[in-house]
Design a protein around this ligand. Sequence first.
Ligand code: PNS
Length: 161
Amino acid sequence: MGVALYPGSFDPFHLGHLDVVEEAVGIFGEVVVGVMVNPDKPASWIPADERAALIRESTAHLGRSVCVECFSGLAVQAARSIGAAAIVKSARTGGDFEVEQQMAQMNRASAGVRTVLVFSRPEHSFISSRYVRQYADLRGPMDRELVPAPVARAIAARRPS
Ligand code: PNS
C-alpha cells in the first residue's frame, strides 16, 4: 500500500502512539514517524532529536517497517518529500475528531494528500502527552504503564530526586 507518514509532536511518545504505529504498519507495511512542531504548542518538553531517538528505541521491535525522522514545516511537505501514500493520524475524542477532520480536509484540498485515521487500543485511549507531562512535572504517580519503557526511563531521569 506504500509508505505512510505519521506526524506528531510526540512530546512524549506514549502507548497510544505506539498502538497507532503498530496498526499503521499492519495497514501500510511501512511507516515514517515524523517528529514535527505543532504551531499551537511550539515550546518542547523533550528536544526533538531526543524524542526521535526515544521513538526509535520504542519501535525497534518493528524493525525496518518503521523509520523516524524530524521534519520542519508542513505535514503535507513532509508527506510529499517521502512519497507518502497517506498521512496517518488518530483521534481519541469527538474534540480530537473535529480538529483532525479539519486538518485532513485542509491537507487534501491544498495538496491532495489523504489522511487515514487509525485508533489506539481502547485501554490506551485516555493517554495524552499533555497529561503525561503534567504527571511527570508535578510528581504524580506513574505506576500505570503510560509510555514505552525507553520513554519511562527518560522521564525518570528528568525527575529531580
Ligand atoms: O501530536 P500533535 O501535537 O497533535 O501533532 C500535530 C502536528 C505536529 C501533526 C500538526 O500540528 C502538524 O501537522 N504540524 C505541522 C504544520 C502543519 O502542517 N500545519 C497545517 C495543518 S492543516
